[in-house]
Design a protein. Structure first.
Length: 415
């Protein structure tokens, strides 16, 4: 296992992604020390933070996660006086004083890289000294690099700063330039899965054969849902967010289509639609991807077996984050699967091929002389619609594991 005995990792926020990021790096043991900013007092002291860290309703106990069901406790040396402890032997320091990134004591603790998991500071154009906080505040506070565990949110009409980049490991991680980029978005869990489902198909068929594409994610609950119905906040527009996730399927939105264009720019040429519904499960989500391809006379017909073969070949690459499965899975089966950006459910891949008649007179760029040579101005093309199912553990296995790889790769670029 590769380790780095000089780099210190900072984690801002200790929600779902922050906590599981600590679990990931506690097992990986790449960083020599981890500093976590909570930004407030928790419960009655450090012991309550330890209680929160060592158990999880979805993934079980930290000790069993790291070392199996017979493992002894892995959190030791808890010291309230200096707010420190050890997790699996790694020194951990907890900061509880500041919430604004610019005020966090990264420099004093010699933190090199910060993973911001709060989901609060996502506008990279926000000034570092903004009173409400800014992702750039981490740089002002002493970090060399900061990684956001969510997509950037730019204001209407704003452009992406030159020192920012959005990457998904295994798709466009090489777009990161260690000299130029200081603020990195790790996209979202849904974009991560979607990108790994689409990229193998684009590599094989090319973007020119894709006529249209759409997706729907059947997504596990997140912290944005309510346990029980409650009154909407002032000026809230989406009343469904205030309904109980425990007993409802809730229609919502996803920015996966927009973020996908940042990691696979060719997708900007396609009218891509992305939809999302939330369901009452704690993790384990599903993307249903629909793509329409134009058949070509001199090319192999696009059928179910070919689609599955493309994914099987991709999954066999040792550097791939994609897994192909011929089993009949349910969502619990893929929770915790290592290095699984997407698990293709090959058993459910479907294709249908048919002819589409097009009135060429309504198409731009066709000269009148050409139209007159075509009977009734009608052309016919063969189109195949493919439906592909891809599972992803939207918390640990898909998102946090790839976030961990992104963090380590950036740390290595600092050496």
């Amino acid at each position: 296992m590769n380790t780095n005995q000089s780099t210190i990792l900072g984690i801002n926020g200790l929600g779902r992604i922050g906590k599981l990021t600590l679990w990931h790096h506690a097992g990986r043991k790449y960083f020599k020390e981890i500093v976590i900013n909570v930004g407030r007092e928790v419960g009655e002291g450090l012991s309550d933070i330890v209680h929160y860290l060592e158990r999880d309703s979805t993934y079980g106990s930290l000790a069993a996660f790291l070392n199996g069901f017979q493992a002894p406790p892995v959190i030791t040396d808890v010291n309230e006086a200096d707010s420190s402890l050890r997790v699996n032997g790694i020194p951990i320091k907890i900061l509880r004083q500041f919430r604004n990134p610019k005020d966090i004591q990264w420099a004093q603790n010699k933190v090199d890289i910060v993973v911001d998991t709060t989901g609060q500071f996502l506008d990279p154009n926000q000034a570092p000294d903004n009173p409400s906080g800014s992702i750039r505040g981490h740089l002002q506070a002493g970090a060399a690099k900061v990684i956001a565990s969510a997509p950037f949110k730019l204001k209407q009409g704003a452009s992406m700063p030159e020192d920012c980049v959005t990457t998904v490991m295994g798709i466009n991680d090489k777009d990161y330039d260690p000299v130029r980029h200081a603020v990195i978005s790790n996209a979202s869990c849904t974009t991560t899965c979607l990108a790994h489902m689409i990229k193998p198909l684009l590599d094989y068929f090319g973007i020119d054969r894709v006529l249209s594409a759409s997706m729907a994610t059947v997504h596990a609950a997140t912290g944005s849902q309510q346990v029980l119905d409650r009154l909407p906040k002032t000026r809230a527009k989406d009343l469904r967010k205030n309904r109980s996730i425990m007993n409802n399927i809730i229609l919502t939105t996803t920015g996966a289509a927009k973020t996908l264009q940042l990691v696979i720019p060719e997708m900007a040429t396609i009218g891509f639609i992305a939809e999302s519904v939330r369901i009452p499960t704690s993790t384990g989500s599903l993307i249903i991807l629909v793509m329409n391809f134009q058949e070509e006379l001199n090319k192999k017909p696009i059928r179910r077996d070919l689609i599955n073969e493309i994914y099987q070949n991709t999954a066999q690459n040792k550097d791939s984050y994609l897994i192909y499965s011929g089993d009949q899975n349910v969502s619990c089966d893929i929770i915790g699967t290592p290095r699984a950006a997407a698990v293709i459910e090959g058993h459910e891949t479907h294709t249908r091929t048919g002819a589409i008649n097009i009135n060429l007179a309504h198409m731009r760029g066709i000269e009148k002389e050409v139209l007159e040579t075509i009977q009734d101005h009608v052309g016919s093309i063969q189109v195949t619609q493919a439906v592909i199912y891809g599972w992803y553990d939207n918390e640990m296995a898909s998102y946090v594991n790839l976030l961990g790889d992104r963090t380590v790769s950036i740390a290595e670029s600092l050496a």
